[in-house]
Design a protein around this ligand. Sequence first.
Ligand code: NAP
Length: 269
Amino acid sequence: MPIILITGVSSGIGNALVRLVADKPGWTVIGTVRTVKPPTEYGLPDAAVLYAFEAGDPDAPAALAMKVLAEQGCPDVIVNNAGYVLYGPVEETPQARIRDLYQVNVFSPIALVQAFLPAMRERGSGVVANVTSLGGRLVFPFFSSYNSTKHAMEGYSEGLWHELKPFGIRVKAIEPGYVATPIYKAMDERAEPTGPYAPYVSAMNTFSDGVTKRSTPEQAAEETWRAISDTSDRLRYPIAAYARVLVRARKLVGDMAFMRFMHKQWIGK
Ligand SMILES: NC(=O)c1ccc[n+]([C@@H]2O[C@H](COP(=O)([O-])OP(=O)(O)OC[C@H]3O[C@@H](n4cnc5c(N)ncnc54)[C@H](OP(=O)(O)O)[C@@H]3O)[C@@H](O)[C@H]2O)c1
């Protein structure tokens, strides 16, 4: 029976992906949550197998892999999905918060893949899917720290693609645009901007609030599943609202023209 392991399934894209794959005959679906409860309490089917995982803990990936390998066997598909957003001017973001963001969004998925690789490589098949972001292909102001973690995961995924290709393991970078999930609570709960960046943060807030077209987590999960199931060696999959069009536009007009145009939309000055 094929096994898929998805991190961060309490809500959003990961949650929808568990529900989607659990409906496919023959799949064992393993999800990670910070606190293990009966799957139904997360809106998941009883068949989903949940493991505790705190991505902010550097020892957690190896411990999780050891447990999963012993109790379930080697996953055929690993989806590094857990992650969160930091929003605000770089100058005002405490170092400790950036470090935690990198731990959760970058170091944790890298360590998880490392822990499973010996078993996957020996088997000679499998998929590593990293949920990066449209923000791994371009950068939004005041998302600099978050977007830089996603750029890191893009570069890492590309390197991994080269390294694992000879062993029959496919690497996929899933790049969602806008998906309506709780990840935006960081923005919804934002305080009124103050200080020298306030006018520009306000402008960006207004721009972001005006983005009304968002894919559902179910749509994003469907596209993610299509990417995972793609047996070609394609690496990058822009998915969900705005991703394909913005990636294409940047390619078409070039980096600087794209940045200047978007800067006007986002910040004005
Ligand atoms: N939504 C979008 O528009 C969008 C766009 C681009 C990329 N993405 C990426 O898509 C992925 C899924 O996000 P989502 O939109 O579905 O958001 P979400 O609903 O907030 O889901 C994020 C998941 O990650 C888990 N997580 C966060 N911090 C964690 C930690 N320290 N340890 C363990 N688990 C942790 C969350 O668990 P808790 O509930 O316990 O916090 C949750 O299960 C993320 O990597 C995100 O960066 C999303």
